[in-house]
Design a protein around this ligand. Structure first.
Ligand code: SF4
Length: 383
C-alpha cells in the first residue's frame, strides 16, 4: 500500500483513501442507560476499491455509515473521533462552499481536490454537509421502499438529485435520469422514469435506488445491505452491476453486509466489526485464506458449503451478542470465544496489532501481541 500523504495543519491522510474514520465513539443516551454503539472505530476506505464491512446485527455497521453521512438519529451523537473525507471535486471557496454556491454547494466538477474535510466538525443540517451528501457520498439502503417516495415517479426522484447538485436545466436533468436508468440495466428506461415505485419489482426498485445514488457520480457509495431483501438470482445481478459500475465510475464503495459470501464476491478489502469495534482488517484474500481473529474464523466456519461435511451440523457461534446496555470487560468477544484465556481476555481489552510484517492486515486479539507467524501458529495450536 502506498503511503503518500497530504497534510493540513489539522489532519493527515493517505492519498489512497477517500475516507479515514479515526477512533470514532457514538452513543445513544436512553432513559434506561447509555448505549455505546461505536467504541473507537478506525479504518480507511480505499480509493477506487470496494471495502466490505461485515459483522452480526448490532455490531455498529449501519451506525458507522450514518456517522459518516452525519445522519445519526437523535438522541444518538458522535462523542469523539474524526471522520476525514477527501472530496473528489473542489468545492468553490476552499473548505466551505462560496456564497455563490449557496445551499447546494455547487462544485468545480473537473478539479482534483487536495482538500480534507473533517465531517464530524460539520453541523448535520449545514449547507456544507448537504453539499457532500448525495453528491460526494451517496447511500443505498436495504429496503428501497423506505427511501423512495411513493407519490413521485422514479424519474422525478432522480431528477431532484441532479437539479440539486448538477444543473438547473430541467430537460437536461430528465435526460440524465433516463441515461442513468439505462446505465443500471433498466429495460425501457423512458417508461421506467415515468413509473411509480409500487409499479416496479423489488430488484428493479433496488436498481432505481442505485441509479439515484449514482446520478451525481459520487466519490463514495455506501451500500447498507442492499441485497438482503432480494432473492439470490436478483442479488447476484445487483452485485455484478455494482462491481461493473464501481469500475466504470472509478468510485469507492463501502459495502455493509452480514454475508461473507457477498464479501467474497464483491470486496477488495474487509473490516470485521464486533460490538462497536473493528476486530480485524485485511485484504479479502488474506481474510478468507488466513483469518486471525476467532470471531472471523467462526463467521467463516458458519458458511454452508456445497458438498463439504455433508450431513454434518453447520457450525454456529455459541451464545449471542450481549444486550446493548451491558458493558463487557476485557475483550468484548470473550464470553463466546473458544480461545478465550481466563484472567487476560476477560479483563484486558486487546490493542489493534499488525500481523507480522503485513501493514494491511491487523487484528484486535490477545493471541497476536505484536506476534511473528511462528508465535501466532503456536498460540493457535495451543488452543
Ligand atoms: Fe478470544 Fe481472547 Fe482473542 Fe478476545 S482476545 S478474541 S477472547 S482470544
Amino acid at each position: 500500500m502506498s503511503e503518500a500523504t497530504i497534510s493540513t495543519p489539522d489532519t493527515e491522510m493517505s492519498t489512497d483513501s477517500v475516507v479515514s474514520v479515526r477512533n470514532v465513539h457514538v452513543e445513544f443516551p436512553t432513559p434506561v442507560g447509555v448505549v455505546n454503539a461505536l467504541n473507537g472505530v478506525s479504518f480507511d476506505v480505499p480509493r477506487g476499491k470496494v471495502l466490505g464491512i461485515v459483522g452480526e446485527s448490532g455490531c455498529g455497521k449501519s451506525v458507522t455509515a450514518r456517522a459518516i453521512l452525519r445522519i445519526i438519529e437523535k438522541p444518538g451523537r458522535i462523542v469523539s473521533g474524526d471522520i476525514l473525507f477527501r472530496p473528489r471535486r473542489r468545492r468553490s471557496g476552499g473548505s466551505r462552499p462560496s456564497p455563490a454556491a449557496g445551499a447546494s454547494g455547487q462544485v468545480d466538477n473537473d478539479a482534483d481536490s487536495s482538500e480534507i474535510v473533517d465531517l464530524t466538525s460539520l453541523d448535520p443540517g449545514s449547507p456544507e454537509i448537504r453539499s457532500i451528501r448525495g453528491q460526494e457520498i451517496s447511500m443505498i439502503f436495504q429496503e428501497p421502499m423506505t427511501s423512495l417516495n411513493p407519490v413521485y415517479t422514479i424519474g422525478n426522484q432522480i431528477e431532484e438529485a441532479v437539479l440539486l447538485h448538477q444543473t438547473s436545466d430541467r430537460s437536461e436533468a430528465q435526460k440524465k435520469a433516463v441515461e442513468i436508468l439505462r446505465r443500471v440495466g433498466m429495460p425501457n428506461p423512458d417508461r421506467i422514469a415515468q413509473s411509480y415505485p409500487h409499479q416496479l419489482s423489488g430488484g428493479m426498485r433496488q436498481r432505481a435506488m442505485i441509479a439515484m445514488a449514482l446520478s451525481c457520480t459520487p466519490t463514495l457509495l455506501i451500500a447498507d445491505e442492499p441485497t438482503t431483501a432480494l432473492d439470490v438470482t436478483t442479488e447476484a445481478q445487483i452485485l455484478e452491476l455494482m462491481r461493473e459500475l464501481q469500475e466504470s465510475f472509478g468510485m469507492s464503495i463501502m459495502f455493509i453486509t452480514h454475508s461473507m459470501g457477498v464479501v467474497a464476491q464483491l470486496c477488495d478489502e474487509v473490516v470485521v466489526m464486533y460490538l462497536g469495534r473493528v476486530v480485524e482488517r485485511a485484504p479479502v484474500d488474506d481474510l478468507f485464506h488466513d483469518p486471525k481473529h476467532p470471531y472471523t474464523v467462526s463467521l467463516l466456519r458458519s458458511i454452508p458449503r456445497i458438498g463439504v461435511n455433508r450431513g454434518a451440523q453447520l457450525e454456529v457461534i455459541k451464545g449471542s451478542v450481549p444486550d446493548p446496555y451491558s458493558k463487557v470487560p476485557g475483550c468484548p468477544f470473550h464470553p463466546r470465544c473458544p480461545s478465550a484465556m481466563p484472567g487476560l481476555c476477560d479483563t484486558v481489552l486487546p490493542e489493534e496489532t499488525a500481523i507480522a510484517d503485513k501493514t494491511d492486515h491487523s487484528v484486535r486479539c490477545h493471541l497476536y501481541p505484536g506476534s511473528t507467524p511462528a508465535e501466532v501458529a503456536s498460540a493457535t495450536t495451543a488452543k
